[in-house]
Design a protein around this ligand. Sequence first.
Ligand code: HEM
Length: 196
Amino acid sequence: MQGVTFIGADTGRWSVQRITAWCGATLPVVSAVERIEGAGDQPFGLPAAPATGRAWALHGFRSNERYTHAGEKRQLVAAQEGLDRVGATCAALIPIRKSAAWWALAQDERREIFEAQSRHIAIGLEYLPAIARRLYHCRDLGEPFDFLTWFEFAPTEAPRFDGLLARLRSSPEWAWVERDVEVRLSSAAVRSPAGG
Ligand code: HEM
């Protein structure tokens, strides 16, 4: 399993700019977030020692796609870029939970809302490759959220990212969202060891 743990604490790679609860309960305020990808015998990448002043930990895992059609997948693969790009010093962790009514729908009904009505993939494609993204699932782990969504981009892209969020949040899909907490982050640009 390719798991992940996001730790909200006093210290970590990503400094918290702001935490906004768009619906549902917020997350406790922290100064920093660390994203720890799992590997080997630590599938959720948990560190041996807890981070200083740790306030919360959210777990998820990477999984197969549920809704993406073959043509959409080709477009995504052709356009998207990976995480950890130089210059992508802004990030957002947006944990999301959908309602029981959403999960009671059949797969084809969910796809209808997700893409035919809301155009989630078509809209998202407009923002590639500037926004790098990764989707983690966590509903089956009994976590407080169903998904942990992660995005990385350059500071100059922040206004466009805000526009993307506004478009998705005003789409029919978001009527099925009951918790949406936006954690906006920035990291210092990587400097050479000599400090130059
Ligand atoms: C950067 C552009 C984006 C692209 C290209 C994109 C693309 C996608 C795709 C292809 C899926 C479907 C995965 C599957 O087939 O299972 C997906 C799911 C999802 N995306 Fe996005 N997305 C983008 C931005 C966002 C943003 C900004 C958010 C949060 C505000 C978001 C939240 C989600 C969630 C929660 C799911 C899971 C939906 C579900 O399974 O019910 N996405 N996205």
